[in-house]
Ligand binder design. Sequence first.
Ligand code: GAR
Length: 221
Amino acid sequence: MAGLRLGILISGRGSNLRALIDSCNAPGYPAEIALVIANRSGAEGLKYAAAAGIPTQVIDHTAFPDRAGFDNALDRALRQARVQLVCLAGFMRLLTPGFVEAWRDALVNIHPSLLPSFRGLHSHRQALAAGVRITGCTVHYVRAETDTGPIVAQAAVPVLAGDDEDSLALRVLGAEHRCYPEAVRLIAQGRVRLERERVFIDEPASPAAILINPPPTPADL
Ligand code: GAR
């Protein structure tokens, strides 16, 4: 366990945090978790981090008079831990433009939709209402406007007949747990280049697969 020093920000369950912890524990993974910060003392994810021997901090946003004060406290803690890449993992606080700018190109988020579709809250509800056949998740660099920024990685997930928000969220979450560690690996390996607000990845691993949902029957092919 060594490499790019990650700071993970969570608000709750922390299943994406757990996926990152598992990856960082795997031999040869090019990143390590220096610090986990939660804005709620009850965030369940804190337990995983503590059990894995990772330093944790609770920075309770309600203890600060304004967003800037809270974000300054985050910034101080992250810098003290010598964090190099901040990963938002179910962190449900909007960050100030000042914080986002201070961590520009060193701050990533995972969002449970194929951005730029379905930004903001309730992305699965939005996907179901729109009737899309394929949704997914996106890991992206964070910019001041919520759920925008250069896209590092996405995973596609089918919407199935009979899906409700919970069943769809669960299927997308499985994809998130693969996508986030993979995106962080690419960044930590120095293979992600940002040019004019687009991400270019050196040596793409494999040609893109074609996804169609529902799949064509053999007779159609
Ligand atoms: C994940 O689905 C993540 O994509 C989403 O919250 C969930 C957190 O789950 N994030 C957002 O909606 C941010 N806009 P987790 O705590 O188990 O990782």
